[in-house]
Design a protein around this ligand. Structure first.
Ligand code: SAH
Ligand code: SF4
Ligand code: F3S
Length: 480
């Protein structure tokens, strides 16, 4: 392979382009696998490693679906794989560092097995600096593609396998919404269902609007059809996916929004409906009322707040204040009594003072969150916050994270304790890692429960009486 690659000849990402938003309505096309590709994977195997969010996991299921349609089968180990795809996340530096480490490890491996096709996919290739680095320093990577062109995987593999040339194709902007994509789902009882793609919020710290393009919603007909098929195949639970599901439908401008979708999905016969993630600014009364009225929509809400300081929220471009967030939360808790609420918080955003941080702690106290994902701010090249002055030391930031987590853990325990001696409904996911006679699953309020039971119950809804409440999980006994 040519060492002095002219990177201009490749389709590569451009963050400035990715930032642009057009008013153009997004068209829809159907995926179709050309006959010439249908046997390309015969007697060959694949492996996909997923590093990102649920959206990335759903993309990996699509990649697996496409590969299996081409004749590939899942590999039992790395050693016997013909194709390895690394589906990456760009949200924080440590997510990326894990991938760079993995690519380094696979270099030695590729030397032993030169026929292996090694692909880098997902959000990292949407960043200019990543593609530059791969082209210069990771020449053992055969194929690089991004989030907007997964449906072109058959073309890319054909070129990489037979053309024996490196394929690098990343589009800065989204194309059409591609329907009819095959999926090999990880579970037989719970499924991801994309309802929208992209994000138009542009929180100043976040890379997602650049890696995932503009907000575009799938049609309600396509979503309902997918869910009805899942019901027919025996699925019990769906999780609706979008970076900001509360903005569902706004781009279609026909007045049909997230609350309407929840009501229609409630009638499909699916037992449990979940969704993630929500932006507080777009959460409306219509959605809360749909949650109240729909028996199959679970009483759980992940509502990222990010910070409790108005000054920080403003610099983050979050479009709400501490007071307006708490007001929405109050309405949500009044409309859906007993709902469990979790959140995301970033500490150490550039310019965050100790006083700002204290406001976050105070908000956590009153909001009564039952859990949270907490992060130290990570600088993402190309986002506005990467240029903000940041004088707080990493030690200080880590100390804030520690103090925050102490408080969050109190909320986890309070959330667990309210189910003590109660009988709850659990969707059984699998057997516990430590003990084969113990099953693990989630309650309606998204609490993890362990209880004794037989593996034949996996995928079923069972009643469990809670006998012990720990910080991270509940213990119980089956009662039905
Ligand atoms: N669309 C979702 C979030 C996707 S990213 C939402 O808005 O809720 C998940 C979480 O990662 C965010 O909520 C935020 O808390 C965190 N995050 C995003 N960018 C980050 C960064 N640059 N540094 C640290 N945490 C970040
Ligand atoms: Fe990122 Fe904000 Fe969009 Fe969430 S809403 S994906 S945090 S830009
Ligand atoms: Fe990561 Fe991309 Fe999801 S950056 S969080 S995999 S949208």
């Amino acid at each position: 392979m040519n060492k002095d690659i002219d990177i201009k000849k490749y389709f590569r990402p451009d963050l400035k382009e990715a930032r642009k938003r057009t008013k153009k309505m997004i068209e829809q096309v159907d995926f179709d696998l050309a006959t010439s590709y249908q046997h390309l994977g015969l007697h060959k195997t694949y492996l996909i490693q997923t590093y990102g969010c649920q959206g990335n996991e759903a993309d990996s299921e699509t990649m697996a679906g496409i590969l299996e349609l081409m004749g590939f089968t899942p590999a039992k180990s790395e050693e016997e794989s013909d194709v390895i795809i690394i589906n990456t996340c760009a949200i924080r530096e440590n997510a990326e560092n894990r991938v760079w480490g993995e690519l380094g490890r696979l270099k030695a491996y590729k030397r032993e097995n030169p026929d292996l096709i090694l692909a880098l996919a997902g959000c990292m290739p949407q960043e200019e600096n990543v593609v530059q680095r791969v082209l210069k320093k990771y020449q053992h990577v055969d194929l690089v593609f991004g989030t907007h062109n997964i449906h072109k995987l058959p073309d890319y593999l054909q070129t990489a396998m037979f053309g024996k040339e490196r394929v690098v194709e990343v589009f800065s902007k989204e194309g059409e919404i591609v329907e009819n994509l095959p999926k090999t789902r990880q579970y037989k009882h719970k499924a991801w269902v994309n309802i929208m793609f992209g994000c138009d919020e542009f929180c100043t710290y976040c890379i997602v609007p650049y890696t995932r393009g503009k907000e575009r919603s799938r049609s309600k007909e396509d979503i309902l059809e997918e869910v009805k098929e899942l019901v027919l195949s025996g699925y019990q639970e769906i999780t609706l996916l979008g970076q900001n599901v509360n903005a569902y439908g706004k781009d279609r401008k026909d007045g049909y929004t997230f609350g309407d979708l929840l009501r229609d999905l409630d009638k499909t016969g699916i037992e449990r409906i979940r969704f993630t993630t929500s932006h507080p600014h777009d959460l409306d009364t219509k959605t809360m009322e749909a949650m109240r009225d729909c028996a199959h929509v679970m009483p759980y809400f992940h509502l990222p707040v990010q910070s409790g300081s108005d000054a920080v929220l403003k610099r983050m471009n979050r479009h709400y204040t501490k007071a307006s967030y708490l007001e929405k939360l109050k309405e949500l808790k009044e409309t859906v009594p007993g709902i469990s609420v979790t959140t995301d918080i970033i500490v150490g955003f550039p310019g965050e003072t100790e006083t700002d941080f204290q406001e976050t702690l105070a908000l956590v106290e009153v909001a009564d969150f039952e859990g949270a994902f907490t992060f130290v701010f990570s600088k993402r090249e190309g986002t506005p916050a990467a240029k903000y002055e940041d004088l707080t030391s990493m030690d200080e930031k880590k100390e804030r994270l520690y103090r925050l987590n102490e408080k969050i853990n109190e909320g986890y325990l309070r959330g667990s304790k309210r189910f003590l001696n109660k009988t709850v409904s659990v969707l059984v996911d699998g057997v516990s890692k430590n003990d084969e006679t113990v099953l693990a699953g989630y309650t309606e309020h998204q609490k993890l429960v362990n209880f004794k039971g037989d593996a034949s119950l996996i995928g079923q809804l069972v009643k469990v009486k809670i006998t012990e409440a720990k910080t991270w999980f509940l213990m119980g006994e089956r009662v039905d």
